[in-house]
Write a new protein. Sequence first.
Lengths: 506, 406
Amino acid sequence: MSDYILEMNNISKEFTGVKALSDVSFKVKRGEIHCLVGENGAGKSTLMKVLSGVYPYGTYKGDIVYNGEVQTFGKISDSVKAGIVIIYQELALFPDLSVYENIFVGNEVKRGAFVDWNQTIVQAKEMLKKVKLNVNPETPVKNLGVGKQQLVEIAKALSKDVKLLILDEPTAALNENDSENLLELLRELKNQGITCIMISHKLKEVISIADKATVLRDGKTICTLDAAKGEISESVIIKNMVGRDIEDIYPKRTNKQFGDKILEIKDWSAYDPQAGRNVVSGVNLHVKKGEIVGIAGLMGSGRTELALSIFGNPRSYKLKGDLFVDGSPVTFKHTSDAIEAGIAYVTEDRKGDGLFLIQDIKSNITAANLQGISSRGWVNDNEEVKVANEYKQSLYVKAPSVEQIVGKLSGGNQQKVSLGKWLFVGPKLLILDEPTRGIDVGAKFEIYSIMNKLISEGLSIIMISSELGEVLGMSDRIYVMAEGKLKGELPAEEADQEKIMQFATQ
Amino acid sequence: MTVFNEARTLIKENIRDVFNEARTLIKENIRDYGMYIALFVIMLTFSIMTDGLFMSSRNISNLLDQMGFIAVLAVGMTLVIVIRHIDLSVGFAAGFLGAIAAILLTQAGVPFYLTIPIILVLGVVAGMFNGVLVASVGIPSFVASLAGMLIFRGALLRVTEGSGTIIVKDNHFNAIGNGYIPAIAKVGGLSLLSLILGGVAILLYIYSEMSNRRNKLKYQFEVVSIPIFTLKILFVSAIIAYITWIIAGYNGFSWTVIIVMAVVVIYHFLTTKTVLGRQIYAVGSNPEAAHLSGINVKKITYIVFGSMGMLSALSGILYTARLHSATTTAGTLFELDAIAAAYVGGVSAAGGVGKVTGSIIGALVMTSLSSGMNLLGVGISYQYMIRGGVLAAAVIFDVMTRKKRG
């Protein structure tokens, strides 16, 4: 048998006129962890969909050689039968079903025509042990955190006797702890002989885990780097991904000037009646004009909850404490009050509660400020197109026109539209929640540049982020949250990763 | 000779350009035009099969009048479905409110001009009640309105069980369902006022298209070429003129048609041109994002259900006036006809998509089918099956075209 478990040779795939993949070759050795990197739209996901049979044999050109044989997968179940399992970024679990039901869904343990539930539970426990997940298999999946759900997905893959495991951005939604656990698990699976392909945007992870890394750009293979030869480093990967050097991922701002406090909260607490606990408790913080304030912390530390409790309280928490905008006390009854006071909140979940995916770019950009394109309740369609075009240009949104449906844009462009929507409101304070999650390096750099430009125009920014590099690179001042409380405050000059993590894990 | 040839190729090329532009326009908007094409095909088929009887003045006038009470419901239902809800109570709400109208007019002696606004306000209140259950209490609209349906059905039986059918003798009121606008004079057997109305409609249409184009040019946006623009205006004007001519040939426009058209025009502008309309579609396409964008989702839900209630009341008035009476079974299955019309008209069950004009075309398709099949003497059993098939076909078409775009 050959050294390679998988050889994809000269794969080309076209979508009505657009070449998504052209002549891509991709080889994976048995038992290695092979990372697939590239900007959004570079063709990583398409390549994996070709491999798994989402795009069946015949709709692409080229050969897939798996275990030494040319494969002709017609549907996903064919590739699963061959031992190839993909775990997507958006997990495919059933939240209301239990852990064991999820692990064996579509692959039920049967006795005769009936499902053998007892045997299912026994086997599920075995799988859970393999992925080091210590939960009761009868727990509904929705009660687990994202990190644990990810492990359930892997257990599910193991139950199908996986030989080649493909993970599409597995750590995108995980905090640092869970990410580290996951990577550790992948190393262990490798020792058990499972080959792994991982798509990731987080270069640090790639560096720490990859045996090989293949870079795709514009639907072509650029290079395959070998860790054993010391070829994998952040700068080399980035250079190959974007096709140019990036001097600094975080563009520097010159002449920093801070004004008066634009927002301040004192003894701020938010009680969530559904969770039955305080999601934010006793927080004091302020933001000055012209400042980027970073809020670091692990997932579930209450950062998003804090932002929402300030931004008109859409989740109806019971609030305590005082909120000041420009030095005067205010209460917001609805998000519209917060918007009117000059606060904008760009959500962490742009697909879930940020954008109107079935609507076009222009409707999304004007959605939070319809007054701005209307008089006496009548919308001026032409004015709307004009406004949308202005933001499309100034935010470098790549789309054929502002009539493009937002659901079809790439993550980076969606994020820019989401940003455009809030800039059109004309805010004084912009709250960015995970502003660069799931978007590629090039678009990240553009978002950072836009942030700097906004600051120079007199805005203030609160940036919530799980990426420590981003928090350290962009912020003037950093707050660290854990368990709904502020655990520390650091000026940018004094902050480093260790100090932040210390506060975050207190 | 060469000059002549050159001119000929030039004209040929121009025609080809226009043709190509028209083709791309139709291709890109097939989802919007599909329903119009279907309606045209249905009408043409029935006309041929009935030797022109289907498109006769009398039949078309009757068809439009028959459609009235479902059409206004379909308009309201469009918005309800757009914001991802459903209202099953509208049929019996219409029946009940129609009966209340009859009682006010006959037993209470309330004059006609007071009865109408009272009933409409009652409709708004009933709709708002659904809105509160759905938006504030958080009951799924299917369940809340199912409860409403049972309650209104009972209420209708309660108010009519003593007297049975309540006959309305108020001529003004009955004219809403059966009367026609005065002709003033007859021109070659055609109603003059109706002709004038048709003419005004054409002028308004041309004016709005021209000012629209002017505004776009002022913003230096792309517009369709002059030949296509002229063709479109001529085409639509011809259709309005043809319909007017047909209707003027019978008794002219009925009050029902005038009311339905007013409702459609108002709701069309409300949904496409106003901030409120945009907010309704925003709530429909993503309620959480709408809330975070400062849109009051609860308020929008109240408004949409309130408007649905008002249109149910209007539907009840139209139906009672058409029958000259309130019956114990008035309103049965109206809600399903309205929902079917909306779906046939391209409203998406997933929310956020659907036009008022589409739903009216949907209602027209369904009514045309019934009317045509009645003329042909198709049995009622087959009629239901065929209408069911058309509903399924419309939704399949909708799903397919959306997939193609996606």
